[in-house]
Design a protein around this ligand. Structure first.
Ligand code: SF4
Length: 272
């Protein structure tokens, strides 16, 4: 069988800051004796990542001696900026900039945050480097147990899936390493990963994350208030989720109402 991690053409390793995509990067480094010239690893920071995620990205660079290109969306041309662990936004600045520009909030149907903060930002950056980039060049950290996400992708883009790598394999790998993501691994899932209170996370999960650290809710509640009080928009665009309580209400409920929710987390590009 051909090694699915062997790079033979321009390839983008889209690193979400999670254990799975870091493992993908590791396998690429193993199969290619380091990072091949025609490949690049990118991490697009939304400003709403946990500090532990930023530390993990930095540690992968440091321990594996690989360059990861840290990027953020910005309003002004060229619509992206290169950042580092030290200069990365931590208060949701890129995300807030985008919301204020759009004048409405993303939601499960209109996920413009993933599209702009991550996909377009990476695309713009690569084009600025002279890449004739398209999404077929992007490799994603999607495992063999993530059938629902994998079936939407060309097989060449999901080498972990092709190689049969499961959540168990990824967990075992990280247990044996000298560093790890400082966020709990819960049956192969990182509840705290990606934007801290992403509206695609299940309601119970969001409540539990607010309970654990109430200040997590502040930015999300503020964004809902900013859009609603400015009269910029009404209806679905005025809430991250119109099918469940607002973030401000969830902050209030978080003490004792976890049974309010039965919805599940929705998978998306942002990934693990
Ligand atoms: S993690 Fe959620 S909130 Fe953040 S960019 Fe992705 S879809 Fe949007």
């Amino acid at each position: 069988m051909t090694d699915p991690f062997k790079i033979t053409e321009p390839t983008v390793i889209s690193f979400s800051g999670g254990r799975t995509s870091a493992y993908l990067l590791w396998r690429v480094l193993q199969s290619n004796d380091g990072m091949p010239e025609e490949a690049i690893a990118v991490f697009a920071n939304t400003g709403k990542e946990e500090e532990a995620t930023l530390e993990f990205v930095r540690d992968c660079e440091k321990f594996w001696g690989v360059e990861i290109h840290w990027l953020e969306y910005q309003d002004d041309d060229p619509k992206f900026r290169r950042v580092s662990f030290e200069t990365a936004s931590r208060e949701g600045e890129p995300f807030e900039m985008l919301i204020k520009k759009r004048k409405y909030l993303p939601n499960p149907v209109t996920r413009f945050c993933t599209a702009i903060l991550k996909i377009r930002t990476i695309d713009r950056y690569l084009k600025s480097l002279g890449w004739d980039h398209d999404e077929n060049m992007d490799w994603l950290g999607i495992r063999a147990d993530e059938q629902r996400r994998a079936v939407k992708m060309a097989r060449e883009r999901v080498p972990l899936y092709v190689a049969g790598v499961t959540a168990q394999d990824v967990g075992d790998f990280w247990k044996a390493q000298s560093f790890d993501l400082g966020l709990p691994n819960m049956n192969g899932k990182t509840m705290h990963g990606n934007c801290d209170l992403c509206f695609l996370k299940g309601g119970k999960q969001v409540l539990s994350l607010i309970q654990e650290k109430p200040e997590r809710g502040i930015w999300w509640a503020r964004m809902e208030t900013v859009i609603q009080s400015s009269g910029m928009t009404t209806g679905d665009g005025a809430r991250f989720r119109s099918d469940r309580p607002s973030y401000a209400q969830m902050m209030k409920f978080s003490q004792d109402q976890q049974s309010l929710f039965t919805d599940e987390t929705i998978p998306c590009y942002c990934g693990d």
